[in-house]
Write a protein of this length. Structure first.
Length: 78
Protein backbone atom coordinates (compact mmCIF):
# COMPACT_ATOMS: atom_id res chain seq x y z
CA UNK A 1 0.00 0.00 0.00
CA UNK A 2 3.02 2.28 0.40
CA UNK A 3 3.56 2.42 -3.36
CA UNK A 4 -0.11 3.34 -3.90
CA UNK A 5 0.10 6.21 -1.42
CA UNK A 6 3.26 7.53 -3.10
CA UNK A 7 1.43 7.70 -6.46
CA UNK A 8 -1.09 10.22 -5.13
CA UNK A 9 -3.42 11.55 -7.85
CA UNK A 10 -1.45 9.62 -10.50
CA UNK A 11 -3.12 6.41 -9.32
CA UNK A 12 -6.61 6.79 -10.77
CA UNK A 13 -7.79 3.24 -9.97
CA UNK A 14 -5.90 0.86 -7.70
CA UNK A 15 -7.40 -2.08 -9.63
CA UNK A 16 -7.75 -5.76 -8.79
CA UNK A 17 -6.16 -9.11 -9.42
CA UNK A 18 -7.64 -10.86 -12.46
CA UNK A 19 -8.85 -14.45 -12.81
CA UNK A 20 -8.83 -16.76 -15.81
CA UNK A 21 -9.41 -15.07 -19.16
CA UNK A 22 -11.40 -16.05 -22.20
CA UNK A 23 -11.30 -15.04 -25.82
CA UNK A 24 -14.56 -14.12 -27.56
CA UNK A 25 -14.61 -14.30 -31.37
CA UNK A 26 -17.76 -13.77 -33.43
CA UNK A 27 -20.05 -14.78 -30.59
CA UNK A 28 -18.20 -17.89 -29.42
CA UNK A 29 -15.76 -18.07 -26.54
CA UNK A 30 -12.89 -20.25 -25.40
CA UNK A 31 -10.39 -20.18 -22.52
CA UNK A 32 -7.38 -17.96 -23.13
CA UNK A 33 -3.83 -18.22 -21.77
CA UNK A 34 -3.32 -14.52 -20.95
CA UNK A 35 -0.44 -13.73 -18.61
CA UNK A 36 -2.16 -10.58 -17.30
CA UNK A 37 -2.67 -11.08 -13.57
CA UNK A 38 -4.10 -7.71 -12.52
CA UNK A 39 -4.60 -4.09 -13.46
CA UNK A 40 -4.28 -0.55 -12.20
CA UNK A 41 -5.06 2.73 -13.95
CA UNK A 42 -2.34 5.39 -13.78
CA UNK A 43 -2.35 8.91 -15.15
CA UNK A 44 0.67 10.96 -16.22
CA UNK A 45 1.79 13.39 -18.90
CA UNK A 46 4.02 10.90 -20.74
CA UNK A 47 5.01 7.26 -21.07
CA UNK A 48 8.34 8.18 -19.47
CA UNK A 49 6.50 9.51 -16.42
CA UNK A 50 4.49 6.28 -16.16
CA UNK A 51 7.70 4.28 -16.39
CA UNK A 52 9.13 6.32 -13.54
CA UNK A 53 6.00 5.75 -11.44
CA UNK A 54 6.35 2.00 -11.91
CA UNK A 55 10.03 1.72 -10.94
CA UNK A 56 9.22 0.94 -7.30
CA UNK A 57 6.03 -1.08 -7.97
CA UNK A 58 5.82 -4.01 -5.53
CA UNK A 59 5.13 -6.42 -8.42
CA UNK A 60 8.86 -6.26 -9.19
CA UNK A 61 9.59 -8.13 -5.93
CA UNK A 62 8.69 -11.30 -7.84
CA UNK A 63 11.51 -12.77 -9.95
CA UNK A 64 11.20 -12.28 -13.73
CA UNK A 65 8.12 -10.08 -13.35
CA UNK A 66 7.04 -7.45 -15.83
CA UNK A 67 4.31 -4.85 -16.20
CA UNK A 68 2.57 -4.10 -19.51
CA UNK A 69 1.49 -0.50 -20.06
CA UNK A 70 -1.42 0.28 -22.39
CA UNK A 71 -2.47 3.82 -23.26
CA UNK A 72 -6.16 4.75 -23.23
CA UNK A 73 -7.06 6.26 -26.61
CA UNK A 74 -10.13 8.32 -27.45
CA UNK A 75 -13.04 6.48 -29.03
CA UNK A 76 -13.49 7.72 -32.61
CA UNK A 77 -16.63 9.82 -33.00
CA UNK A 78 -17.12 10.46 -29.30
Amino acid sequence: MGWAKEMGAGLVEFGNPLGNSMQVVAGSSKPNQSQVAGFSILQADSSEAISGMLKAHPHFMSPDSSIEVHEFLPVPGM
